[in-house]
Design a protein around this ligand. Sequence first.
Ligand code: SF4
Length: 739
Amino acid sequence: MSETRHTFCRICEVLCGLEATVENGRVVRLEPDSNHLATQGFACPKGLKQHKMYGSPDRVLFPLERRGNAHVRVRWDEALERIGQRVRSIREKYGPDSIAMYVGTAAGFSAMHPIFAQGFMQGVGSRSFYSSATQDCSNKFAVARDMYGFPFTQPFPDLDHIGCLIIVGANPVVSKWSFLQVPNPARALKDIVERGGKLFLIDPRRTETAKTAGEHVFIRPGTDVFFYLSFLRELHEIGGIDRKRVATFMKGLDEVLAIAAPWTPEKTSRVTGIAPDKLREMVRAYRDAGASAIYCSTGVNMGGHGATAFWIQECINAVGGNLDRRGGTLVGRGIFDFAAFGKRTGMLLRDDRSRIGNFRSVNDAFPGGVLADEILTEGKGQVRALFVTGGNPLITMPDSARLRRAFDKLDLLVTLDLFVNETGSQAHYVLPATSPLERPDLPFLFPLFLGMQRTPYLQATRAIETPPGEVRDEASIYLDLCRASGVSLFGSKIAQFALESLVRARAWKHPEKPRAVPLELLFTAMLQATGHGTFDALADKPHGRLRTPHQPGGFLGKRVVTADGRVDLAPRALVESSKSLEAAFEREIIEARRLKLVTRRRVTTHNSWTHNIEDFVVGELGTNYLYMHPDDAARLDLADGDIADVATNAGTVRVPIRFQSDLMPGTVALPHGWGHQIARGLSIASKTRGVNVNLLAASGPDHLERVSGMAHLTAIAVDVVKARGAKNDETWSGLSEDV
Ligand code: SF4
């Protein structure tokens, strides 16, 4: 029997409303929900085919234990007891910090998963927390904490009223918006231009977004920070500082202006490639529009100066008078005031230091780029056990070949996942977790706690598929892992006891269902505590329930949670980091003739996730390509279709070349998320031939951005040569793993 059910996608920040056709407890078709109040019938191919991924025969349905080179099925009680025993003994012998956790992006798109994962680590008493954020966005969190007092205070452009928008290093048409939920980004950008607004897209590639609307301006990869400095300097020069607003709500203006002062457009054009006149034109457009914003994403975040560049960007929006202004940038409000809560409780504001590299924790997590060193370096606090939850660090982290060797040294590696992916292939235990369609949920933290939505609304979804096999949701798994490890969730015996009682009560009431935490009850508690009704009432609104639209004027002087309530334009750590800019500028000049590699994404792939969906990797789609400008190829005597070796000090990958005139000469592009050949449990992805671009990125404390711990994963200087003796039918990445 077939029925129609409504839910929302939890792959990326758009959270598209979906209409599902369900037969025998499983989804057989997904379509965009055209009645959804916010996403209004928008969805992408990944979201509409995700059920194929969850219904794959590769899906892990039972707990697995590694014996030699194979994983064998074990019972849940056996897996939990053996993992718990190892946690107890490692903790007792080496201390709590020897037990680490890596939280991946998939975990972040579930409302309860990250909370319970954190609860387990708090129970263990370990600070060894890592997340995927230091691969793509920790710079934003680190800067927000310093400027606004809380890492999740992230102003976003008011797209519906903006007069001038400048987008740097982002491609929303393919990757969607980040740190803001924007359904149909292409339409949103066209709307700005059609109502007479100005739109500039600054990128080393004429991206799909740049082809959609606005004016594209090339920039040399990794030089955004110099563009931003000149922009701020010029804004000041033409009288574009809102002095009254700055004096009322901010501090540190003179200091940041002094830092920007030497960076004339003439000077920075030497490395950015942006003509001084063009830069000045953009600054004037920004000032004259009255309500404007600069926005950036991963191209800036991952390019080596992410924190400094984002800091200056935020200063421009703030001192230009656009922060907390209609048509400028707004700070959303979720179901409660998260920043005030964080300040009161200290949540996400810890000031720990990493054992390796002395990095400050960001969002209570250390940089993933030191994880290999934390495992390989002996001494107190050496990581000996690792829980990987909703992530695949062996594809997504820098220098993944070295990380793989480090993982081999662990006494315990546990993954909670849907598949035996690359990381799971090395794991001692793989615990089978629910897919998004198999669990009840609320939108994740950004929309729920922070209101980072173009159209604020709330939605709840019930599970629309029956979990297959012995699959369990992560909250339930972590509760049981706590008990097995002899600790309590959040270090609270009361919380552990209360949640276990709820599990028992649910099992008594529904003996036919798997043992699980009643998530719906927890969601109701969260919603009621914040005055938003019950989970059931919300779930009965299948197309969402609108909230009050964003209003400017509620942030400055009211919700800034720095010690004095002012926006700090010149935080100490960032001012300190700016002292290395001259040296970085000189390096750019010296390396001006080298190729710079940027990463990119296909619309059908999402990080390392979707390569096991056959439709997305058939034929020509079954590999990534090194995209190169024909002029660069001619200079290097390379032809379209040639096989090339791409090398850095960290590694070499072999990959076929495709010409692309959309690139700024001197730039090559390679999609990320590939290199699945070592995965034991991805039967389709493991047959693809693409290479893992992160083999080219260095890990270790000397290679991370100092303020935020961000890995340098794009804008990397590379050498490209024709591969000797390469044939078109070889497996590219097989070579790269050995090099
Ligand atoms: S992956 Fe696609 S369908 Fe899913 S939320 Fe993102 S844009 Fe929407």
